[in-house]
Design a binder for this molecule. Structure first.
Ligand SMILES: Cc1cc2nc3c(=O)[nH]c(=O)nc-3n(C[C@H](O)[C@H](O)[C@H](O)COP(=O)(O)O)c2cc1C
Length: 356
């Protein structure tokens, strides 16, 4: 462990973060949609899945290394895109990116960041993916894509599960306000007449609600970067993603969009079948333990991503806090692998899961 933070696990960090965040920031980060059925299911699904460990395997050396889209990772955990890191720490996305890079992970920067993507890219050279929401105004989106590519981002992650924001009632009750005068650097120039509207509300008006599979050809023509579709939950959509030359990020947006939607873990097997090795598959939602990472990989994910746990780390200790979060997961994954008799990532398969 290279940080001095006292927390033994990600749950402890969540509890500790709740006492340092403002009520509005807490509501913004913690909340899910409606009754939060999917939010809870994300975690419960991992707890409900049992492992089938193998014994008498030499586990002296455990190798957690893998790759995502050709990028070597020291262990198979990355940072999911999460808006507004500046609500919890002044160093915002730059600190998160530095932490991710320092442990050989990867940072996915949200379009809705406090810091410009160029600054974040510098903080995580070669280890940045950029998450995109497509705007009505394709010229603004095109400029963002060009900035991402010029900054050295390694992939574009198009979020497809949020044409409208889910009904997050905790946020409706305690709305988050970004400081007056704050300019979100990736939101693009204001349209005339939008003066007086804060950046968050303005952003919501920019999203293209008519986005469909037909628009992927436009996106493909704008960039040579790999494209990952984030927010897929069915075999049908995963198959379409592959047909459109995209990779697949299985996610229900941390339970913040469609409540009672299937969890990524539940959706994973049918998606793995549909993709049939033709694209990479990632997953997020509810990952808080090394065994959660292990189970996701056993069922076919190439890597998993975390959003809230990284933000809690950021709130508690800036860059060191995010690093602590990632290192806890790395250590837990290493131990879980050893106790399952697995020594490298390629050893992980569905035989690890009970019933088999
Ligand atoms: C506060 C917050 C903001 C988020 N902002 C974005 C975003 O800007 N873009 C996006 O694609 N997903 C966003 N997400 C969804 C995450 O990328 C991710 O899918 C989900 O939160 C993963 O679950 P976890 O928080 O349980 O790790 C956000 C999630 C949270 C909690």
């Amino acid at each position: 462990m290279t940080t001095d933070l006292p927390y033994l696990n990600l749950r402890e960090m969540e509890v500790a973060a709740a006492s340092v965040l403002s009520p509005a920031a807490l509501a913004y980060y913690v909340g899910g949609a409606n009754d939060e059925v999917t939010l809870r299911a994300n975690r419960e699904g991992y707890a409900a899945l049992r492992l089938r460990p193998r014994m008498l395997v030499d586990v002296t050396a455990i190798d957690l290394r893998t790759t995502v889209l050709g990028l070597p990772l020291d262990f198979p955990v990355g940072i999911a895109p999460c808006a507004l890191h500046g609500l919890v720490h002044p160093d915002a996305e730059v600190a998160t990116a530095r932490a991710a890079a320092s442990v050989g992970s990867v940072m996915t920067l949200s379009t809705m960041s406090h810091r410009p993507l160029e600054d974040v890219a510098q903080a995580a050279p070669e280890r940045l993916w950029f998450q995109l929401y497509l705007y009505h105004d394709r010229e603004v989106s095109r400029a963002l894509i060009q900035r991402a590519q010029a900054s050295g981002a390694r992939a574009l992650v198009l979020t497809v599960d949020a044409p409208y924001l889910g009904r997050r009632e905790a946020i409706l009750r305690t709305p988050v306000h970004i400081a007056p005068g704050t300019v979100l650097p990736n939101v693009g120039p204001r349209t005339p007449g939008s003066e007086g509207v804060d950046d968050l509300s303005y952003f919501n008006t920019l999203l293209d609600k008519g986005l469909s599979w037909a628009d992927l050809a436009w996106l493909r023509a704008q960039t040579t970067l790999p494209i990952v579709l984030k927010g897929l939950l069915t075999a049908e959509d995963a198959a379409l993603a592959v047909e459109h030359g995209c990779h697949v990020w299985v996610s229900n947006h941390g339970g913040r969009q469609l409540d009672t939607a299937v969890t990524a873990l539940e959706a994973l097997p049918e998606i793995v079948d549909a993709v049939a090795g033709r694209a990479e598959i990632y997953l997020d939602g509810g990952v808080t333990r090394g065994t959660d990472v292990l189970k996701s990989l056993a069922l076919g994910a190439k890597a998993v991503f975390i959003a809230r746990p990284a933000l809690y780390g950021l709130a508690l200790g800036g860059e060191a806090g995010v690093r602590h979060t990632l290192e806890l997961l790395r250590g837990e994954l290493r131990l879980a692998m050893a106790l399952c008799g697995k020594v490298q990532i390629s050893d992980l398969g569905p035989d690890l899961i009970f019933p088999h």
